[in-house]
Design a binder for this molecule. Structure first.
Ligand code: MIC
Ligand code: SF4
Length: 641
């Protein structure tokens, strides 16, 4: 049987398990990346493991999220990250050097290798033919220590691309089309592998836009072949030596297949408040727009911003629109400046931000009340922009630039003549803002500011638990609901007691208080619970508040793994109708838990209503050991002792 790319890379990195879709496997990790908002926890956990130097081929620590320094906290975190990196063999990409995924694609990604990153958009590097997976910080810490990464062997979906993109239609429209077809939960347990003649027409940065936003499908990752285009990109990055060819076998088999004809696509938009609420832009033509934000790890390559500049050249941003642009990396920023393109952006009235995540994670630039904001980003979850009632629409850079000029949504095909921006033959190479690990690690002192608090420790999982239903929520609850981000809360990422006060604050501001008072509780959810980011704070902070279990109709992959890592039971209804029989404040009792975990299902008594219902735990023996120990850190300590 012919192999696809995904299975080839997994086979080469397999440490344990069988490559049968749905069963647990472990793979060796070649490279890791972290960013500052998840990195502080990941490195605190790495330090707790007592491994002197990372055992990966390459580990990089980026600073890109918490760059709005409204107090000492973020700067303290940056200093901690820089010193801990120097000491333990990690490269450190300084604030200002760019968004982790963009910089990793440019400077470090290698086709055929594995990458584990503490950020859900790590699959961006799949644009280079890497098997790049997002995970919680603790899993990344384990990988840095040389441990394997455990995951469910995915199904592989072939997305066969035919034809080539028409003028004004971009890579963003390809992934929006995939989201329209598969929805935000359609990728769970799957790798999306792109094949077909159409692939050859897409540059690496375009492929990276597609693999980046594959995260919104809930997919394990997305991947492209490594071909002549990959070679050209790596050569332009002065990294030809990193190129290897990677193609599926001619008779490769896939679990599912989707065909997309690029020539038939048109400009699309994802409507509030979900990346899969996709429509043709022409259907929304005329909708008044108050803010346009261009950037993020999805759409901030040199070609993206050069295309935007071309549209804006010699024109002014509409008087009712605020246009903000954040270049994806310092490489992109410097090239725009040297080519004079930056001058066109400035002259048009665009507000230029530093190379960082910025507005994408609510780090500044919150829109006005009720405003329509058009963004080239990947997520439009309610409230993520920093304004609870803002209406966020996601488009490609061309449509965003058009909206900035017209003050309303317009199909960019109305703009007239189109020229495609080619991949530069040579990028500007300057790694001066990436600090290599220290030669004298024993002399490096790790500096911790007062905001960096020790990791909270969980207790062993009790055998009998009486748990209050603290909250009942609907389908597709995101980690932004569970543990909000934004300029006010993000600086508390290294301080679990402080950040835990904000758990579910957007849904119910009394949650933290009630959870602490209940001394043990459960959250009841719908389908795809915990979709979105990899932030382990969405498990760690609820754990700190006493959450012992989440009962949902289904879970998103990374959040499920994070719950296990922090000793919270992820349970799914055997009979989904039982969801309706539970109300907030009900008391649920689980008895003989340790014995029940040896069976397929667990019986739960609803003491308040005098009923019982069954749930699946779906945990492997390895995961049961972790959960009963109160989480992966406790489990590892016990094993070592
Ligand atoms: C996001 O886009 O939500 C983030 C912020 O990059 C997160 C990571 C985090 O919460 O720190 C992600 O996607 O994993
Ligand atoms: Fe940063 Fe936004 Fe990308 Fe997350 S999605 S890594 S916040 S740019």
């Amino acid at each position: 049987m012919g192999q696809n790319i995904t299975r080839k890379i997994i086979a080469e990195h397999l440490v344990s398990g069988e490559m049968i879709a749905g069963s647990e496997i472990a793979i060796r990790i070649d490279q890791t990346l972290t960013q500052d908002a998840t990195g502080t926890m990941a490195y605190l956990q790495f330090e707790a493991m007592g491994v002197p130097r990372v055992k990966t081929e390459l580990s990089v620590s980026y600073v890109d999220h918490n760059t709005l320094q409204t107090g000492f906290e973020n700067a303290d975190d940056h200093r901690y990250l820089q010193t801990v990196a120097a000491k333990h063999g990690i490269h450190f990409s300084r604030p200002g050097n760019g968004i982790c995924h963009q910089v990793h694609l440019e400077r470090f990604g290698v086709p055929g290798k594995t990458l584990l990153g503490s950020d859900s958009h790590t699959p961006t590097a799949g644009g280079l033919g890497m098997l790049a997976i997002g995970a919680g910080g603790l899993d990344v810490a384990v990988a840095m220590g040389g441990g394997p990464f455990y995951l469910t062997m995915p199904k592989v979906v072939q997305v066969k691309l035919l034809g080539k993109l028409s003028p004004w239609v971009s890579a963003k429209d390809v992934i929006l089309e995939v989201l329209r077809l598969l929805t935000v939960k359609g990728g769970v347990g799957k790798v999306i592998e792109y094949t077909g003649e159409g692939v050859k027409t897409l540059t690496v940065p375009e492929r990276a836009t597609i693999t980046n936003m594959g995260a919104e499908l809930g997919a394990t990752t997305s991947i492209f072949p490594s071909d002549e285009m990959t070679k050209a990109f790596l050569a332009a990055q002065d990294r030809l030596h990193h190129w290897v060819e990677l193609q599926p076998d001619a008779d490769a088999e896939y679990d599912e297949e989707i065909i997309i004809n690029l020539s038939e696509l048109e400009p699309l938009v994802a409507c509030p408040h979900s990346p899969d609420a996709v429509k043709p832009i022409r259907e929304l033509s005329g909708l008044k727009v108050q803010q346009v934000a261009i950037g993020s790890c999805t759409n901030s390559s040199y070609a993206d911003l050069a295309q935007v500049a071309k549209i804006l050249r010699g024109k002014k941003v509409h008087e009712d629109v605020s246009l903000v642009i954040s270049p994806g990396s310092r490489q992109v920023f410097e090239m725009l400046a040297r080519d004079g393109i930056l001058a066109d952006l400035i002259a048009s009235g665009a507000r230029i931000l530093e190379s960082a995540c910025g507005p994408c994670i609510g780090m500044g630039q919150a829109p006005a009340s009720g405003a329509v904001s058009v963004r080239t980003f990947n997520r439009n979850f309610k409230g993520r922009s920093g304004t609870a009632d803002a209406q966020v629409y996601l488009t490609g850079p061309e449509a965003a630039a058009a909206a900035a000029l017209r003050g309303e949504l317009v199909d960019p095909r109305e703009l007239g003549e189109y020229t495609r921006i080619e991949l530069p033959e040579k990028f500007i190479i300057d790694d001066g803002m990436i600090i290599p690990p220290a030669d004298n690690p024993h002399e490096v002192e790790v500096i911790r500011g007062p905001n960096i608090k020790p990791l909270p420790v969980n207790e062993d999982l009790p055998d009998t638990m009486s748990l209050k239903v603290l909250l009942q929520v609907e389908d597709n609850i995101t980690t932004d609901h569970i543990m909000p981000a934004g300029a006010k809360i993000l600086p508390l990422r290294s301080n679990i007691p402080a950040i835990s006060e904000y758990v579910f604050s957007g849904i119910d501001p009394t949650f933290a208080e009630r959870a602490k008072a209940a001394k043990g509780g459960v959250v009841v959810g719908g389908h795809n619970y915990g979709q979105g980011s990899s932030r382990e704070h969405a498990a760690l902070a609820p754990m700190y508040l006493g959450l012992k279990a989440v009962i949902a109709k289904s879970f998103a992959r990374i959040h499920h793994a994070n719950l296990v890592n922090f000793g919270i039971l992820p349970l799914t209804f055997v009979n989904e109708a039982d969801y309706e029989q539970i109300k907030q404040d009900d008391v649920l009792v689980i008895r003989n838990l340790h014995q029940q975990l040896q069976q397929e299902t667990i019986e739960i008594e609803n003491e308040t209503r005098g009923t019982t219902f069954a749930v699946y735990h779906g945990l492997t023996p390895r995961q049961i050991n972790i959960i009963t120990a109160g989480g992966l850190l406790n489990h590892t300590k016990k094993q070592n002792a």
